[in-house]
Write a protein that binds this ligand. Structure first.
Ligand code: MG
Length: 360
């Protein structure tokens, strides 16, 4: 859809020239959409397959050694952050690196506990910038109630990186009895969304000066674990929690539909989108349903717990605009349907290529 595909040049060749991305990495492989999924299937799973990777969730759910006599399971997730620029309205790479991983760990119904951070620094980066990022990480970790327990620093020559990249790994505890995952959605479940779509992606584009106009859009980057804990207390049979990050709401809903082998009917008009984000998307030719978020969660719950889950979300600033956006259907399995504002119904597909590179 919105991706810019490089057209191979034929120059009078008799056979079609292979697409350039067949043999090498292109930006679309980092989109979080179909190309990322293809890369994982083609390269990583054949080489590194494990039952935990095949869970295909935001984090891996790991059992504790039986001999330890401990209850529950571990949730572990890792994420690298390459956002450009390093600072944007509402956040920076440090806050993003903490919140992104805390949120992925929490999406299995876990209480995030510990984080590690690996820094790749480019020669020439101002120490002052690094200090600011470190303070921001500390603030976000305090907000989430997690501790940074291990770290690593590497430096590469000038020109070999873009200032600063951060990898974080998070570990959390899933209390016994919680069974939350992308494969748990059931027909009849309500699909809830914690707030507006597209704020983060458009805020980063604005900070890059790529919009061509001034905007006050602020990233939603925030730790969601405290809100998630309250959702699970109010709606203990919650089936799915997932943050619509890269690929946006549309791609994330499709991942869940495939994992759970169910259909979905989403009501376009009920998806909250700020007017400024909608206008920016219209000018740029983006669909806000594919733009990344960093402080929002999709919650899929049995109908009888939907009201309680919504109330729990609304009691947090990050969920003040929480709303119901649709329901899980038995068919068409593995498909997401969108009831448009015009009253028609269309297929809501996965993001095909890269729309907004380096926004997280
Ligand atoms: Mg995620």
């Amino acid at each position: 859809m919105m991706e810019k595909q490089e057209t191979p040049s034929f120059d009078g060749a008799a056979c079609p020239v292979p697409l350039p991305h067949q043999g090498e990495i292109v930006m679309g492989h980092g989109s979080g959409g179909r190309m990322t999924q293809d890369l994982i299937r083609r390269v990583f799973l054949p080489a590194l397959e494990s039952p935990e990777l095949l869970q295909a969730n935001d984090a891996a759910s790991l059992s504790l050694p039986a001999a330890a006599g401990l209850n529950g399971r571990l949730s572990v997730s890792t994420d690298s952050h390459i956002v450009a620029p390093l600072f944007f309205p509402g956040g920076d790479i440090g806050r993003l690196a903490v919140c992104g991983t805390v949120n992925d760990v929490a999406m299995l119904g876990a209480q995030p506990l510990y984080l590690t951070a690996g820094f790749i620094l480019e020669e020439g980066l101002a120490i002052e910038v690094l200090e600011k990022v470190a303070r921001s990480m500390e603030g976000a970790a305090r907000e989430a109630g997690v501790r940074l327990v291990a770290g690593d620093t590497k430096v590469v020559e000038r020109g070999k990186a873009d200032g600063l990249f951060i990898n974080t790994t998070g570990i959390g505890w899933i209390p016994e009895g919680r069974q939350v995952g992308g494969e748990q959605a059931r027909p009849g479940d309500a699909v809830l969304l914690s707030g507006t779509m597209g704020d983060h992606g458009i805020a980063v584009l604005g900070a890059r000066g790529d919009l061509g106009f001034e905007t006050r859009i602020v990233s939603d980057v925030a730790p969601l674990n405290r809100m998630i804990e309250d959702i699970l207390l109010a709606a203990p049979h919650t089936h799915v929690l997932r943050d619509p990050t890269r690929g946006g709401l549309a791609t994330t809903l499709n991942e869940i539909a495939v994992q759970s082998q169910v259909g979905m009917m989403i009501d376009e008009e009920s998806v909250p989108i700020q007017t400024a984000v909608r206008s920016a998307c219209e000018m740029l030719g983006f669909d806000p349903l594919y733009v990344a978020n960093e402080g929002k969660v999709i919650v899929i719950v049995p109908e009888e717990e939907a009201g309680a889950a919504l109330e729990a979300m609304k009691s947090h600033p990050a969920g003040s605009l929480a709303t119901r956006i649709g329901r899980i259907t038995p068919a068409p399995a593995r498909r997401v349907l969108l009831k448009t504002s015009l009253g028609s119904t269309r297929l809501l597909d996965v993001l095909a290529g890269e729309m907004l590179p380096r926004i997280c």
